[in-house]
Design a binder for this molecule. Structure first.
Ligand code: THG
Length: 368
């Protein structure tokens, strides 16, 4: 891969100076912003994430703020997940769909107050869709991208590190709940969440100027915990079955195809724009769905969708969209969309990459 030329369109984050001081070796672009992909090597980063603690610049998880009397109504229009039980202090993982039931994003929704939400988005310009709905339907809401930048603390020692900076009370947070914690006289929203299966927190840093002071405090407080700068790790997230919007699913997929049916209650999600379309597919069930796959051999980087062929090489029955060598499971772990004729566990298939064809097996579950 060649180097990404910097420009104003590819936004830096409040933590970019810290990331660069730590020797970031690779970036991708996500929501028009820099997202680190590797510090030492993807494998070294992986082992460290699973044994210590890392601080991640995930400012690319931009917030779409929805504020005003119609905020709750607009939120329910966006998702087939039933939001009626959501309360301030809660976070929900919410598939968001268009009028055809196609996925537009898979954000974490953060309920700040009865009339105020942050939608912490994956990589698509959801702001325009939300603004369009609000304007077109003359809803009484303000929709904008606030100056909020998430910083994640992930890994088995995340509780210890977070407690040193925010106090012991932060350890009492339950999964997908948030609270307000003081940092140097500043109230910060801290949630127990994050894009890894190792556990940890996300701090929603309000005001770019507050970014580096928090980054530096975490690095200082975590010295004896061997804290590193880190980033979402492709190996660990595939092992955990954490999906990547734009890679593993797109607007061409329903949440059910993406295996996110458990986050949908389409029947009771009254007002959801895609409800009629999804009611039909949720009754019949999808004909293809996300699966974990084990691929044998020395596969190249997964920078494109790899066709999955049936074992005779006759028909395409799906596509692999994420893959990486897993040192812990000693196999290539992968995520792909597989047709129902071949989605049963232990089905043998072939994966066609840019470097040749590799045998693969459909998995019962993901790895962690
Ligand atoms: N945190 C925040 N914003 C985000 C992400 C995040 N925006 C972009 C991206 N990640 C959105 N995608 C996901 C995908 C998975 C999860 C969160 C966001 C996730 N899933 C858990 C799982 O599948 O095991 C738990 C979901 C649940 O049980 O509710 O955490 O990471 N702020």
């Amino acid at each position: 891969m060649v180097i990404i030329a910097g420009s104003r369109r590819i936004r830096r984050t409040p933590f970019s100076d810290g990331v660069e001081a730590f020797g970031v070796k690779g970036y991708t672009v996500y929501n028009h912003m820099l997202l680190p992909t590797v510090f030492r090597s993807v494998e070294e980063d992986y082992h460290h994430l699973k044994s210590a603690v890392q601080v991640w610049d995930v400012a690319v998880e931009r917030q779409v703020e929805i504020r005003g009397p119609d905020a709750a109504r607009l939120m329910q229009m966006l998702t087939p997940r039933d939001l009626r039980a959501m309360q301030p202090g809660m976070c929900y993982y919410v598939p968001m769909v268009d009028e055809t039931g196609g996925m537009l994003n898979d954000p974490v929704a953060v309920m700040i107050a009865e009339d105020r939400y942050w939608v912490s988005i994956a990589d698509s310009d959801l702001l325009f869709w939300v603004k369009g709905l609000a304007y077109g339907l003359r809803l009484d809401v303000l929709v904008d991208e606030p100056d909020v930048s998430p910083l994640a603390i992930q890994g088995p020692k995340a509780d210890e590190l977070a407690a040193r900076v925010f106090g012991d009370k932060v350890k009492d947070l339950k999964f997908f709940r948030f609270g307000r914690f003081d940092f140097m006289g500043q109230d910060m929203i801290v949630a127990r969440s994050g894009y890894s299966k190792q556990g940890g927190f996300e701090v929603y840093v309000e005001g770019g100027k507050n970014g580096m002071p928090l980054w530096n405090a975490l690095m200082e407080a975590g010295k004896d915990l061997d804290v590193h700068a880190g980033c979402p790790n492709v190996i660990e997230r595939i092992e955990g079955g954490l999906l990547s919007y734009g890679n593993d699913m797109t607007r061409d997929n329903t949440p059910h195809e993406a295996g996110l049916g458990r986050f949908c209650s389409t029947e009771t999600a009254i007002g959801c724009v895609g409800r009629d379309a999804l009611l039909r597919v949720s009754k019949e069930g999808p004909v293809k769905q996300i699966r974990g796959l084990r691929i044998e051999g020395s596969v190249p980087p997964c920078d494109r969708a790899w066709p999955i062929m049936d074992a005779d090489g006759q028909y395409q029955i799906g596509a692999v969209t994420s893959a990486a060598w897993s040192p812990d499971f000693e196999t290539n772990v992968a995520i792909g969309m597989v047709r129902m004729t071949h989605w049963d566990p232990r089905t043998d298939v072939d994966v066609v990459t840019q470097a040749g064809v590799f045998p693969a097996v459909v998995q019962e579950t993901f790895w962690i």
